[in-house]
Design a protein around this ligand. Structure first.
Ligand SMILES: Cc1cc2nc3c(=O)[nH]c(=O)nc-3n(C[C@H](O)[C@H](O)[C@H](O)COP(=O)(O)OP(=O)(O)OC[C@H]3O[C@@H](n4cnc5c(N)ncnc54)[C@H](O)[C@@H]3O)c2cc1C
Length: 500
C-alpha cells in the first residue's frame, strides 16, 4: 500500500513535492486555499491583458544545468519558449542619456567606462568578477541534510572555482556601489535604484548577469501562468490529487507525530506524512500553534530581514513600445516630481515593458508594470478602511500614469486597463507573512543560510518552499524535491525521478 503525503499549499514548492512524491510511489494530496495553483508564481488577466506576477528571470533555462534538469522532470522545459535578454536594465540619467546594463561583461565594461571613466579601477574589477561567476554552479541535486563524505569532497574540489567570488558574498550592492566615485554609477547595482534591494549581495547581481550571458536566466513566454500550467499538468498526469479552495487551519498531531490536517470547513484529512509548502510563519505559529519551535527557529522570525512587500501596478496600453529595447528589469527614469507611496518619496520610476511577450497583450498593444517597495504596516492599517484603501490605490495609479505620460507622450490616452495590488493582495491570495512575496530577503547574511526543513520534536512533518530556502522559482522547486529525497531516505527507498 502506498504511503500518503498531505501537502499544504499548491505553489511551486507544493506542486514539486507532489510531482516527486508521485515519482517515488507516494499517494499525494495537495490542499491549496486559492482557486488556482501557483501561489506567488502567478499572473492575472484583465480586459484582454495579462499582468505577470512573478517572472523576470528564471534560473535553469540553460540545458545542462542542475536546475534545468528539475524543470525537465517537472515537464516545463519540454514545452516552454524562452526569451533571453541581452540587456538587464536601462537607467536613464537626468540628461535623458540611457545607461544599458548589458549581460555581456565586455559590453557592460565599455558602457560603464563611457559613463564613468574616473571609476576605471572598480569597473575593471567588477566586470572581472562577473566573468569569473560563470564558472560557479552550486550543486543542487541533493539536500545538504543528506550529504556524505563524497559530497563534501566534491564541494572541496569546487573551492578553487569559488575562491575568486567567495570574498564578494559578504558585500551588499549598496556597499559595492559606494566604491564608485561617479554619483550615477553609485546607483547601478541596486536593480531598483532607490530600493532596499540594495541590501542584496552584489555577487547575486553579478552572477545573475553572468548566468544570463550564458542564456541561463531567461523569461518563459506566457510568464508565470505558463510555467505553472506545465507543472500542474505534470502533477495531474502523475496521478496526484489537487484540491483547490481548501484552506488548512490546523495540522493534526498525535503523540508528537503529524497525522493530517483540518480545513477551514471543519473536515479532517489524514495522511502518513504532512509537508507544509505554505507560509512559514502561519505553519509554525498558527497551524501548529507554536508548539514545535526552538530558539533558533524563533530567531528567524524575530531577526531575519523579510523581502519588503510591493505596490504593483499593471497597465494595458494601446501602444507598441518598439523603440524601447527589451530588457529584464525595464527602463528606469528620473521624475521631475516625486511619487509618494506609503509616506516614502520615489524620485525614479521603473517601468517593465513586456514588448517581448506577444501573449501578454492583444496584437499591437503592450502590458507594462511598475512597482514600489513599500511599508507593510501602512497598508495593513489602510486596509481596515476600504474606501480610503481603494482611493489610495487609484491615486497611485493616476500619478504613475501621469509620470509615464511625461516620459512617453500621449500614453495617458492609450491606457485601456489599470490594476493595482498592494501587500494586502499578496496576503489575501497567498498567505505570505507581511506580504513578503519571496519570504526572506537575500542579504550577505541570509544568502548561504540553511533553514531546517523539520521542526524540533515533531515527527512525520516537513517544510518546503521559500520559508526554508532563499525565495525564487527554482529554489522553491528544489526544496520540494529535497523534501521528498529526505522522506525517501527515511523510508529506506532509493529516490528516483522521471521525465515525461
Ligand atoms: C513580484 C515577484 C517577482 C518575482 N520574480 C522572480 C524571478 O524573476 N525569478 C524567480 O526565480 N523568482 C521570482 N519570484 C519568486 C518566486 O515566484 C517565489 O519564490 C516562488 O514562486 C515561491 O514558491 P513557494 O511554493 O515557495 O511559495 P508560494 O508561492 O507562496 O506558495 C505557497 C502556497 O500555499 C498556499 N497556502 C498558504 N496558506 C495556506 C493554507 N493555510 N492552506 C492551503 N494553502 C495555503 C498559498 O495560497 C500558495 O499557493 C518573484 C515573486 C514575485 C511575487
Amino acid at each position: 500500500m502506498e504511503k500518503s503525503l498531505i501537502i499544504i499549499g499548491g505553489g511551486l514548492a507544493g506542486l514539486a513535492a507532489g510531482c516527486y512524491g508521485r515519482m517515488n510511489g507516494y499517494r499525494t494530496s495537495i490542499f491549496e486555499m486559492h482557486n488556482i495553483a501557483g501561489g506567488v508564481c502567478t499572473g492575472w488577466k484583465r480586459k484582454g491583458y495579462t499582468i505577470d506576477g512573478s517572472m523576470n528571470t528564471l534560473m535553469g533555462t540553460r540545458p545542462g544545468t542542475g536546475f534545468y534538469r528539475f524543470w525537465e522532470e517537472l515537464g516545463a522545459a519540454q514545452q516552454w519558449e524562452i526569451c533571453n535578454h541581452d540587456q538587464y536594465i536601462l537607467l536613464e540619467n537626468e540628461e535623458g542619456k540611457i545607461f544599458t546594463m548589458y549581460v555581456n561583461a565586455d559590453l557592460l565594461e565599455r558602457e560603464m567606462m563611457e559613463f564613468a571613466p574616473e571609476d576605471e579601477e572598480v569597473i575593471r574589477e567588477c566586470c572581472k568578477i562577473i566573468r569569473k561567476c560563470k564558472n560557479v554552479e552550486m550543486p543542487v541535486d541533493k539536500p545538504q541534510e543528506l550529504y556524505n563524505v563524497l559530497d563534501y569532497i566534491k564541494m572541496l574540489k569546487m573551492l578553487p572555482k569559488m575562491m575568486p567570488v567567495q570574498k564578494w558574498i559578504g558585500i551588499s550592492s549598496a556597499e559595492y556601489n559606494r566604491r564608485f566615485k561617479n554619483p550615477f554609477m553609485r546607483k547601478v547595482f541596486g536593480i531598483h535604484p532607490e530600493a532596499e534591494m540594495l541590501e542584496m549581495p552584489a555577487i547575486a547581481i553579478f552572477s545573475q548577469l553572468a548566468g544570463m550571458k550564458q542564456k541561463d536566466g531567461g523569461y518563459v513566454i506566457g510568464g508565470a501562468l505558463a510555467l505553472i500550467s506545465y507543472i500542474q499538468q505534470r502533477y495531474l498526469d502523475l496521478g496526484g490529487e489537487l484540491n483547490l479552495k481548501t484552506k488548512v487551519e490546523k495540522i493534526l498531531v498525535e503523540n508528537d507525530k503529524a497525522v493530517g490536517v483540518r480545513l477551514s470547513d471543519g473536515t479532517e484529512h489524514r495522511g502518513d506524512i504532512v509537508i507544509s509548502a505554505a507560509d512559514g510563519h502561519a505553519t509554525i505559529y498558527d497551524m501548529l500553534e507554536g508548539r514545535y519551535i526552538n530558539d533558533k527557529i524563533r530567531s528567524y522570525y524575530e531577526d531575519l530581514p523579510l523581502r519588503e512587500p510591493l505596490v504593483y501596478i499593471g497597465l494595458g496600453i494601446n501602444r507598441k513600445f518598439d523603440e524601447v529595447p527589451s530588457t529584464t528589469e525595464g527602463l528606469h527614469f528620473p521624475l521631475k516630481e516625486p511619487i509618494v507611496v506609503a509616506g516614502k518619496e520615489f524620485n525614479t520610476l521603473g517601468v517593465q515593458i513586456f514588448n517581448f511577450d506577444p501573449t501578454m497583450a492583444p496584437e499591437g498593444k503592450t502590458v507594462i508594470r511598475v512597482y514600489f517597495i513599500t511599508d507593510y504596516d501602512y497598508w495593513e492599517n489602510l486596509y481596515q478602511e476600504p474606501e480610503r484603501y481603494k482611493a489610495e490605490k487609484e491615486r497611485i495609479a493616476d500619478e504613475v500614469v501621469a509620470r509615464l505620460d511625461d516620459r512617453f507622450p500621449a500614453l495617458a490616452d492609450q491606457v485601456e486597463m489599470r490594476d493595482v495590488s498592494t501587500p494586502m493582495t499578496w496576503v489575501r491570495y497567498t498567505g505570505n507573512w507581511r506580504g513578503a512575496y519571496e519570504g526572506w530577503m537575500m542579504t550577505p547574511r541570509t544568502m548561504m543560510h540553511q533553514w531546517s526543513k523539520t521542526l524540533p520534536g515533531l515527527d512525520n512533518f516537513y517544510m518546503a518552499g521559500q520559508w526554508v530556502v532563499i525565495g525564487s522559482m527554482p529554489t522553491a522547486v528544489m526544496s520540494g524535491r529535497h523534501t521528498i529525497q529526505m522522506i525517501c531516505k527515511k523510508d529506506k527507498k532509493k529516490f528516483v525521478t522521471s521525465t515525461p
